[in-house]
Design a protein around this ligand. Sequence first.
Ligand SMILES: Cc1cc2nc3c(=O)[nH]c(=O)nc-3n(C[C@H](O)[C@H](O)[C@H](O)COP(=O)(O)O)c2cc1C
Length: 196
Amino acid sequence: MSLDRLTPLIRRRSVVAKHLAEPGPDDEILQRILATGVRVPDHGKLGPWRLQVLGKPAQVELGDVFADVYADVHPDAREDQVAFERARPTRAPVLIVVSSRLHREHKIPEVEQLLSCGAVCQNLLNAATLVGFGAQWLTEWPAYDDRIKHALGIQADQHIVGFIYIGTPVEPPKERTRPEFAAVVNMLDELPGLSH
Ligand SMILES: Cc1cc2nc3c(=O)[nH]c(=O)nc-3n(C[C@H](O)[C@H](O)[C@H](O)COP(=O)(O)O)c2cc1C
């Protein structure tokens, strides 16, 4: 057993999407990242997630939709703001849209199905990290807009769980303040809710 194997994950940092440049993963690596992504716990074998890998033309189309919706919602938006929205989904070489495909009224609670979707996103980040790329999991406003969902063919009653951006970091990310370990992890011999 080697604890060193955990080093890339214990040091993992998201790399902000605008700092993710070419080259992205080639097809073979991308397929492996995707296969790792969907290797998640999935109560009831429901496969309650969908992954859409947007090639550059699809990213550009999505950017046009972002810009149109943004301009519609913000009629006073400046040109540079609309241009920023147009560029948003093209920031990195690879964009993966992870959405839910929740089974309603199923004995497996929806929250568990959503958690499985979240696990897909984290697996994608970890897989990208382990093969040497940078990645970021974002939602931003487009994840919560029905017109964006419609353009992507995602039903309004499902969730865009994450836009996963992957590419080569232009610079190493700086460390980020983390919650104090002891404040979030407790080793218990006795249950705190019971009086002893
Ligand atoms: C579900 C989810 C949605 C997120 N959406 C955003 C977002 O819209 N904008 C943003 O700046 N960070 C967002 N983040 C945070 C980043 O993905 C990331 O956690 C943050 O940049 C810190 O990176 P690290 O702790 O992985 O190093 C989101 C995180 C999660 C889990």
